[in-house]
Structure formats: C-alpha cells, structure tokens
Design a binder for this molecule. Structure first.
Ligand code: MSP
Length: 489
C-alpha cells in the first residue's frame, strides 16, 4: 500500500495506578481527533492507545490496594477502557503491556539489541523517582528532589544491563537535522538537540529489585526496566515484525506529554536504530494542564475526572474545550468557568445559534435552495487541513470558527429572515451549505454534534472532499438545540 494512504497515531500508554484524569484524557482526545481527521481524508488509519502495567509504581499501587498486581491492573485498565468509551474514543487497538504478545515482542526486541552488541552488564548507582519511573544523576536533581515532578527520589545501587545510548549521539543529531518535523512542535526542538549535543550517557535497561516486570531474556535475576518495556508497545501492538506492522509502521506520530519527550525523542529512536527498524515520522510533545491554577496532584485532590465531568457537560463540549483552550504544545489551565464560557460563547452563541437560525428559516421556506456560493470565500479548507497536518488543532478551530462567524454575520448583514423568493433561496443555499461543511470539519472534534447537524440538514455525513460548495440536496428539519446555555458564576 502507498505510504500516503495510511496513518498510524499513538497515545502514551497510561500507568494503571489510578483512574484516568483530564491530563491523560488530553493526549487521548487529541489522538482521536487526528485519527478521525485522517479517516475523513479517506486514509487507512490505525489508532493505538493502552495501559502501561509493569514497574515499581504500579507494584506499589497494587500493594497499597492489598491486591495481586494482575488483579489490580485488570481493574484499572478496565476503567480506562470505560472512560474512553464514554468520551467517544475511536481507537483501533487497546494494548496492555501484560498481553502475552507484548511480553514476547519485548524479549525478541531486547535479544536484537543484545545481538547487535548494544547491551552490556554493569552496575547502576544513582537516583530514582518512582512516580516518574526515571533515573537521575546527582547533578540533574533540583534541591535534592526529582527535577521533573519535585517529589522525593531514592538512592539506587544495583546490577544492571545497560543500553549503549551514547553510541547513537551522531545518528540522532543527524535524524533531527534531516527531519524537521521529528521533534514537534518547534518550541521543543532546540531543548532536545542541545541536551543530545551535551552528550549521552548509556541507560540502565534492567532492574533486579523490581520483579513486577518482563523477565530479561538470558538472565533470570534481571527484569526489564518499565520504560524499555513500555516503548516497545508501539510495535508489539502491530504484531512486529509481521501482520499489521507491515502496513502501518512507521508511526506517523507518537503523541506524548512534554515530560516524557526524552524517552520518545531520544531513547526510542536509538533503540529502533539498534534493532534496525524504521523510525517514526514525528514525536509531538504536548503541554500540561493545571487545575484551577494549581498543579494536579493526588495530595491536593484536584484531579479532574473526565467521566464525572461528562455527566455535567456534554462530551463534545469537553473535547472541544480541551483543543480550544490553548494551542497543542503549550500549557494551560483547566477550570469549569472557562469551560462554561466556551460553551456559552462559542458552542451556544456561534455554532448552535447558526444551525438553529438556518434550520428554522429553511424549514419554513417552500422552494429550492439554489444560488451562487457567496460564503465560500470565507472557507479555508486547505488551511485547516494544513493546520491538522501540524496537529495545530487550535489553529484549525480558529479557521472553522472564522467561517461560522462569517456565516452568522451573513445572516445579520443580509437580514436573511426578511428575504423572499430567489434572494431567500440563494441565502439559504449558502447557509445550508455552510452548515453542511461545518458538520464535516467539526466531526473529528465533536462527532455527536456533527452527526446531529447532518441529520437536521437531512444529509449523509460527508468526507473532506465534500467540503466545497455544491448542490444542496438535503431535506432540512430542525431538531433539538445543539448545546444548552450553562449557568456561570
Ligand atoms: N506510562 C508512561 C508513558 C509510557 S509511553 C510508552 C506515562 N504514563 S502517565 O500515565 O503517567 O502519563 C501519560 C500521559 O499523560 C503523559 O503524556 C502525560 O504528559 C499526560 N499527562 C498526565 N498529567 C497531565 C497533565 N496534568 N496535563 C497534560 N498532560 C498530562 O508517563
């Protein structure tokens, strides 16, 4: 199959220590939107998500719950699946790192690194942050604490196998140089390049003290470090080296949070180089949400639960808000007041109002909807598609909204409600086509809303190639309001 026709997107796989929250809902919704966008383009899409189930952190959570690790991870993993169902996540596969096929792939992958002479035995001595499952040197610590999350680190001294990351410094720098998009978005590029230029240390890839892990092939005292195990999910899920791997690999984009960018932009490509496997096209590192101005944390109890949020607000409004509040890549703050402001302003007053007004007038009009495409000049499908290529959801929504606002303005400027005959026919033709095209463009972001618009227009949901003015062939019938106004403080 032509590479152009396939699209493979992944989310990070989530630690099954607790139920999902808005922080890990974010990359999942982002991946869902881009997967749906590529399906609209007519491409063959594979969208992977799942759960990261081994390691010290998960083991500790199971111990705290007084449960066997496997029983515990089965339960939490299910909560992720349920949450993604509620949020309309259209994944093609949900991988669990406790899946037998994955365990097998990890052992095979590591054997390749060993065969290629990139693994040696030594001793690791340094610091370890359990919540982040990350090793740090003395110099990397900030005030004696984890430089990423600020929590306590512990001293670790144990025998370990190492992966020769240092060997790949030049090849990594060449990769970044030749592939502009590999490190995305642009604002993250330089920090990775500078750090790699500063020199790479070999990385510890096994532990002897953590046994809730994949056994290391060839040495029964060693267990695979959870990050090495986790990264391999992106190919094990495809049945590497056969099956769908042949169709979908390399990944078109791995969506990751900025704090795990290093593992994906540096360690993962070096591991793939060592195993002789093609590299992904893009690593996109998104930013972080705070909650009502504060870092989300267990101790503060301010984790936003997407499932309970969806019993208060529509799933589509939540999905829209996540992509609209800040550009993908930057940090932002989650607050219910801002969510409400977006619902009342953009979803009710702009989009909902447009569809409601157009459908009310169209239902009453007795005649054909016909005319010249006056509104098409406000529509920039190529620009929207280009934004989506860069995972610039924010930019794409701005352009879609410019079109929605122009359509509302057209109603007001032309006093459409007072028009008659051919003038009314022309105006309604434009507005119905605008609504139809919006239903397609909005579908990846708000699937239920988009389908409701198409249904009210009496048309089939189209694809991206239908995003141009043509003949309007629907039979409009106004349905219920797309969004309800919500009370603000
Ligand atoms: N298990 C690893 C990933 C392995 S991928 C091979 C992991 N899991 S995680 O559950 O801790 O985090 C998963 C993702 O959720 C990360 O991309 C992280 O950035 C994201 N978020 C967690 N909290 C977040 C916010 N408060 N805001 C935005 N995203 C954050 O890391």
């Amino acid at each position: 199959m032509d590479k152009q026709e396939k699209f493979y997107v992944t989310t990070p796989i989530y630690y099954v220590t607790d139920a999902p929250h808005i922080g890990n809902t974010y990359p999942t919704v982002a991946a869902d939107i881009i997967a749906r966008w590529h399906r609209l383009r007519g491409e063959k899409v594979f969208f992977l998500t799942g759960t990261d189930e081994h390691g010290e952190k998960v083991q500790k959570a199971a111990d705290a719950a007084k449960e066997e690790p496997k029983v515990f991870v089965d339960k939490i993993s299910l909560r992720y699946k349920e949450a993604w169902k509620t949020l309309g996540i259209s994944y093609d596969k949900f991988i669990r790192t406790t899946d037998p096929e994955h365990l097998d792939a990890v052992a095979r992958f590591i054997s390749k690194l060993v065969e290629n002479g990139d693994v040696y035995k030594g001793q690791y001595e340094g610091w370890y942050c359990v919540p982040d499952e990350s090793f740090f040197t003395e110099l990397q610590l900030k005030d004696g604490k984890c430089p990423d999350c600020g929590r306590e680190v512990k001293r670790v001294k144990e025998d370990s196998y190492f992966f020769k990351l240092s060997k790949y410094q030049d090849r990594l720098l060449e990769l970044y140089d030749k592939n502009e998009d590999f490190l995305s978005p642009k604002l993250r590029r330089q920090e990775v390049i500078n750090r790699v230029k500063g020199g790479l240390k070999d990385v510890s890839m096994t532990r002897t003290t953590v046994k809730w892990a994949v056994p290391f092939p060839g040495d029964k005292d060693h267990f695979v470090y959870v990050w090495v195990d986790a990264l391999i999910n992106y190919i094990s899920a495809l049945g590497w080296p056969d099956g769908t791997f042949k169709v979908f690999w390399p990944a078109d984009v791995h969506i990751v949070g900025k704090e795990i960018n290093w593992f994906h932009s540096v360690i993962w490509p070096a591991m793939l180089m060592s195993a002789g496997i093609e590299l992904p096209a893009m690593i996109f590192a998104h930013g972080w949400w705070t909650s009502e101005g504060k870092k989300m944390s267990k101790s503060l109890g301010n984790f936003v639960d997407p499932v309970s949020l969806s019993s208060k607000y529509s799933v589509d409004a939540i999905r829209y808000f996540l992509m609209r509040e800040m550009p993908f890549g930057e940090d932002g703050d989650f607050s219910e007041e801002s969510l409400k402001a977006r619902i009342n302003g953009e979803l009710v007053a702009d989009l909902g109002n447009l569809v409601y007004r157009v459908l009310t007038l169209a239902e009453k009009f007795d005649g054909k909807f016909d005319g010249s495409a006056d509104l098409e000049k406000h529509l920039d499908v190529v620009g929207i598609d280009e934004s989506m290529d860069r995972l610039d959801y924010y930019g794409a929504l701005e352009k879609i909204w410019a079109f929605i606002r122009s359509s509302n303005k057209y109603i007001n400027d032309n006093k459409v409600w007072s028009l008659k005959g051919a003038e009314m026919s022309n105006a309604l033709y434009n507005l119905l086509e605008a609504c139809r095209i919006c239903s397609i463009l909005l579908y990846p972001f708000m699937p239920d809303t988009a389908q409701s618009i198409a249904q009210q227009l009496g048309v089939e949901m189209g694809t991206l190639k239908d995003c141009k003015f043509g003949a309007f062939t629907g039979k409009p019938k106004r349905g219920k309001m797309l969004f309800e106004k919500v009370l603000t403080k």
